[in-house]
Design a protein around this ligand. Sequence first.
Ligand code: HPA
Length: 248
Amino acid sequence: MYAIIGGSGLAQLSALTDFRRQAVATAYGEPSAPLVFGKLGGHELVFLARHGAGHHLPPHRINYRANIDALRQAGVHGILALATVGGITARFGPGTLAVPEQLIDYTHGRAATFYDGGDAPVVHVDFTQPYTPALRARLLAAAQTCGEAIVDGGVYACAQGPRLETAAEIERFARDGADLVGMTGMPEAALAREAGLPYATLAVVVNHAAGRGDSRDGIRSDDLQAVMEATVARAVRVLTQAVAQEAP
Ligand code: HPA
């Protein structure tokens, strides 16, 4: 059974059938929302709304540890994470779907590890490849099956938010090698790795990042809605296929 973590633009998965909500308690507190168990295209699935059912949690207030621990308790064997992002480099214009291969973490002050003191010995997990290659391959194959164009690769920069970035911050991310910018990819990916759960991100580009393209003079959130809705709908098709697909 896979888990889908839905981000902005996907607070609920209307294609889910036979579903039931289940509140889960964890040693780290409450997840963003009850887990929703159901079937997607006939396959068992768990859905979690990252920002809460009413999109009330800003990125730095999300209890990432509780979210990942709840999914671990549910026994999922992999997490497909949807992320809406800004595009920094030319390949990643608005409307692009991408499966990033690397990330850079610019966040601070978030509870970012399960190894936070206590009796258990610290484990320094390997994070060379932050996204699980087999799950990335599954998303890419699913997109191909659906006939959806998708970019294989890219570096995801995780910004602190909730404000959008300055043009100079985006310039810096670009110099660092980043292609995409979002606010919630970390510590989610690292916690999944610590929990031993395969994890991959399907990124939905909804705007040019600050200072780039038509965001040269600013980003008007009102303008993002239409691109977001259309692109998230395509992403859901890819996710549905990925859940149904035989290996990879
Ligand atoms: N920056 C950070 N996060 C985002 C953006 C952005 O431009 N667009 C969507 N999520």
